[in-house]
Design a protein around this ligand. Structure first.
Ligand code: ADP
Length: 487
C-alpha cells in the first residue's frame, strides 16, 4: 500500500473551476484499486468547511502566514481530506482565485504558499499517523511544495508535480520571498526566480522528483517554444523526468445510463432516445426543432479555447443548416459575440452565460456535436464526456484532444474507427471546414450513428491512467516491478 498526499486548490464536488477539480476529485477512487491510498489537502474554503464531516484537529498553529490556522482531517465530498483551516486566507465566498471584482485576490501568493507549506509539513510528519510517501502536487498552487522539500529540511516524501495548464504559473513580485519561509538557497540557486519575478510553477518544475502532464501530446508540446509559455527550456532540460498521462473521467458521475440530469437515459444500443434530451435542450435554449445538427459548447469562453474563432463562424454554421448552443462565461468580447449571434439567429443559436453543472450533462446527452476548437489543450475533458455520451467531439489537433479523438476521414470511417472530427491548424479557416464537414457527416445517419457508438465504447475511464500513476509512484519509491505484483 502506498500513501499519497494529493495537494490541490480544487476538487470536485467540493470546489471546481475547471478540469483540475474533476481530476483531483476522481483520481483517489481510481487509485484505490491499485493499492494506493490518497488523502487530499485542500484550502479551507467555505464550501470545503461546510462539507467537512468527522473532522478532527491534527495540528494548530498560532501564526500561519498571517493568522491562526488548524490542520483538520476528515471526509468531504466522498474524499479523505486534510483541510488547512485558515480563515484569514480562505474564508471568502465564490471563486477560489478571484475577488468580487473578478481580479485575482492580491494575497494569492500567500494563500497558496501556505497551502504548499502545509503539504511540506505533512510530508515531514505533521499529520501524525498519516505519513505520506508521495506528495502529489497539482499546478502552480502547489508548485512550492517540492521547493520546500528540496531547500528546507528534507522530508522522507518524494514529490510529483502535475501540470494541468502551463499557461497559469503563479507569478509574483520578488519582494514576497522573505515571507515564503523558503530557505534562501532557493533564491541563490534561482529555483524560484523567473525574469526577476517569483514563479511558483517553475519552482516546482525545477525541483520535483517527477513531472507529469495530462496527455502525451501536451508533454511533447510544452517542450517547444510554441506551447511552453517560456518554460520550454527548463522542461527540455528535465525531459527525462516528464511523462504525459491522459486524464480519464469519473464514469459514475458521467454515465448516460444513470445520469439524473438527463431527460432520458440511454446506452450505445438506444442512442435514438437521445432525441428527447435534444428536444429538452432546444426548449431550454429557445431553439426550434428543425432537424439540422445541434452543435454545442460547454467551456470557459477564452481565446485558449478558440471560441473567438467560433464567434466569427456562427453565421456560416447557421447558413449550412447547423444550430448552436453555448454554456459558459469568460472574456467579454466572446460573451458579447455569442449574445449578438443569438439576436441575429433567433431559434438557431442559444447562449447561457453561466456555470451550470446539471445543464452541462444535459448538453452532452442531447446535443449532436461538442465543439472544442482550442489553440492549446493540456487534456480537455468535455470531448471525453462527449465521447461517452454520443455527443460527437469536433476538436483541434492539439494536446489531449489529439490523443483522444480519431478523425472521421474516409479511411477511418471505412475502418470503423472514427470517433469525431479533428482539424488543424487551430485557425478559423480550418475550423470552418470542420464545422461544414460535421454538417455533411450528420446528413449520413448510418455513418453518424456508427461514429457515436464507437465513441461511446471507447475507454475514457480512469482505469488505465490510474494504473500508470500507480506505477510511477512505485518507480519513484524504488519498488521493483516484480515486487509490484505481490504488494
Ligand atoms: P479547463 O480545465 O481548461 O477549463 P477542461 O475541459 O479540462 O477545461 O475541463 C472543464 C470542466 O469544466 C469540464 O468538466 C466542463 O464540463 C466544466 N465546465 C466548463 N464550463 C462550464 C459551465 N459553464 N458550466 C458547467 N460546467 C462547465
Amino acid at each position: 500500500m502506498i500513501d499519497v498526499l494529493s495537494v490541490a486548490s480544487e476538487a470536485y464536488p467540493l470546489i471546481k473551476t475547471g478540469g483540475l477539480a474533476d481530476v483531483t476529485g476522481a483520481l483517489p477512487a481510481a487509485l484505490a484499486a491499485h493499492d494506493v491510498t490518497v488523502r487530499t489537502l485542500l484550502p479551507g474554503y467555505p464550501a470545503v468547511m461546510g462539507a467537512l464531516e468527522d473532522a478532527r484537529a491534527l495540528r494548530e498553529f498560532g501564526d500561519y502566514f498571517g493568522g491562526p490556522a488548524t490542520l483538520l482531517a476528515g471526509r468531504a465530498g466522498g474524499l479523505d481530506v486534510i483541510v488547512l483551516d485558515a480563515p484569514h486566507l480562505y474564508a471568502r465566498a465564490g471563486n477560489p482565485y478571484l475577488g468580487p471584482d473578478r481580479k485575482d485576490w492580491p494575497d494569492n501568493w500567500r494563500r497558496f504558499a501556505a497551502l504548499s507549506y502545509a503539504a511540506y509539513e505533512i510530508g515531514g510528519g505533521a499529520a501524525g499517523e498519516f505519513q505520506p510517501q508521495i506528495l502529489h502536487c497539482h499546478d502552480w498552487q502547489a508548485g512550492l511544495v517540492p521547493a520546500y522539500v528540496r531547500f528546507n529540511s528534507p522530508t522522507p516524501a518524494k514529490t510529483i508535480l502535475t501540470v494541468h495548464n502551463i499557461a497559469f504559473q503563479g507569478l509574483f513580485g520578488f519582494e514576497i520571498f522573505n515571507e515564503l519561509r523558503l530557505d534562501y538557497r532557493a533564491a541563490q540557486e534561482s529555483a524560484v526566480e523567473y525574469y526577476g519575478l517569483i514563479n511558483y510553477l517553475k519552482a516546482g518544475l525545477q525541483t520535483a522528483d517527477q513531472l507529469t502532464t495530462v496527455s502525451p501530446t501536451y508533454a511533447l508540446e510544452i517542450k517547444t517554444q510554441a506551447y511552453g509559455m517560456g518554460l520550454e527550456g527548463l522542461l527540455s532540460a528535465r525531459a527525462d523526468a516528464l511523462v504525459g498521462i491522459t486524464n480519464g473521467i469519473d464514469d459514475r458521475e458521467w454515465d448516460p445510463q444513470t445520469d439524473r440530469a438527463l431527460h432520458t437515459t440511454y446506452n450505445h444500443n438506444s442512442i435514438e432516445t437521445r432525441q428527447a434530451n435534444r428536444r429538452a435542450l432546444e426548449l431550454r435554449f429557445n431553439i426550434d426543432d428543425t432537424p439540422g445538427p445541434l452543435f454545442s459548447v460547454v467551456s470557459r469562453l477564452t481565446t485558449q479555447k478558440g471560441l473567438d474563432m467560433l464567434v466569427g463562424l456562427v453565421d456560416d454554421l447557421v447558413a449550412a443548416g447547423g444550430k448552436l448552443i453555448v454554456l459558459g462565461s469568460g472574456d467579454a468580447e466572446i460573451e458579447n459575440g455569442f449574445a449578438g449571434a443569438v439576436m441575429r439567429h433567433p431559434g438557431k443559436v442559444g447562449f447561457n452565460r453561466g456555470y451550470d453543472e446539471p445543464l452541462s450533462h444535459l448538453i452532452q446527452g442531447g446535443a449532436d456535436v461538442m465543439v472544442v476548437p482550442s489553440r492549446f489543450e493540456p487534456c480537455g475533458l468535455t470531448q471525453l464526456y462527449g465521447l461517452r455520451y454520443g455527443c460527437v467531439p469536433l476538436v483541434s489537433r492539439v494536446g489531449g484532444l489529439a490523443d483522444t479523438v480519431i478523425d472521421a476521414n474516409e479511411a477511418a470511417i471505412e475502418a470503423g474507427v472514427a470517433t469525431g472530427i479533428v482539424f488543424a491548424p487551430a485557425e478559423p479557416y480550418a475550423l470552418r471546414d470542420a464545422l461544414l464537414r460535421a454538417v455533411q457527416l450528420h446528413a449520413r445517419p448510418k455513418v453518424w450513428r456508427k461514429m457515436q457508438r464507437r465513441g461511446m465504447k471507447s475507454d475514457v475511464s480512469w482505469d488505465a491512467s490510474a494504473e500508470k500513476y500507480a506505477k510511477l509512484y512505485r518507480k519513484l519509491l524504488g519498488v521493483k516491478e516484480d515486487d509490484q505484483q505481490d504488494d
